[in-house]
Write a protein that binds this ligand. Structure first.
Ligand SMILES: C[S@@+](CC[C@H](N)C(=O)[O-])C[C@H]1O[C@@H](n2cnc3c(N)ncnc32)[C@H](O)[C@@H]1O
Length: 166
């Protein structure tokens, strides 16, 4: 299959410069503020986004390390297939975060609940719409079993060298 080339549309600025100790999902990043700087050439595409409280960000895990098909996620103690996790070590290191939108001034978009490193290249922005994005009923696989021990807030010792960012 032919290669696909995407170009960043902007950059995500966040308080996080180290993958260790930072939130692992927006749900554990309450209060973590940051902003998007969109390239000027895409400014017109922001029209009407201010009517939404949340947006889906798609971005490139630019600091991802080697690709691995099996990982032990932070929320678990068992090896899982990478496609059953949110780990960055994917064949195409694309991240997805639902963030809260605060304000849009020109091409600067203030956001909250971010779980991405500072300087992460942004690939796309989509409005979050519960009717589109939240199934009424769903199963959550291995996460259901590990829920009772899930500590979603940052926690000392959560990362080891071989579990960073999973
Ligand atoms: C488990 S991933 C989840 C990201 C996203 N919410 C998702 O589901 O795709 C979040 C972790 O990825 C790591 N991370 C964040 N931004 C990154 C980047 N730009 N490059 C590499 N790793 C990153 C951090 O360790 C962070 O805690």
């Amino acid at each position: 299959m032919a290669d696909i080339i995407y170009h960043p549309i902007g950059v995500i600025r966040s308080p996080f410069t180290d993958p260790q100790g930072m939130p692992i999902q927006p749900s554990s990043a309450a209060g973590a503020r940051g902003y998007i700087l969109l390239d000027d050439s895409y400014a017109a595409g922001l029209k009407d986004l201010d009517g939404f409280s949340h947006a889906i960000l798609l971005y490139h895990f630019h600091k991802a390390k080697e690709v691995r098909m099996k990982v032990v996620p932070f929320l678990d103690q068992h090896e899982r297939g990478v496609f059953a996790t949110r780990a960055p070590c994917r064949p195409n290191p694309i991240g997805l975060s639902v963030v809260r939108l605060f304000s849009i001034e020109g091409t600067r978009i203030e956001i909250e609940n971010i779980d991405v490193l500072d300087g992460t290249p942004l690939l796309d922005i989509k409005p979050y719409v519960p009717e589109f994005d939240t199934p009424a009923v769903c199963r959550i696989g291995w996460i259901e079993q590990s829920r009772h021990r899930a500590v979603l807030q940052k926690a000392d010792g959560r990362f080891t060298d071989d579990k960073i960012g999973q």
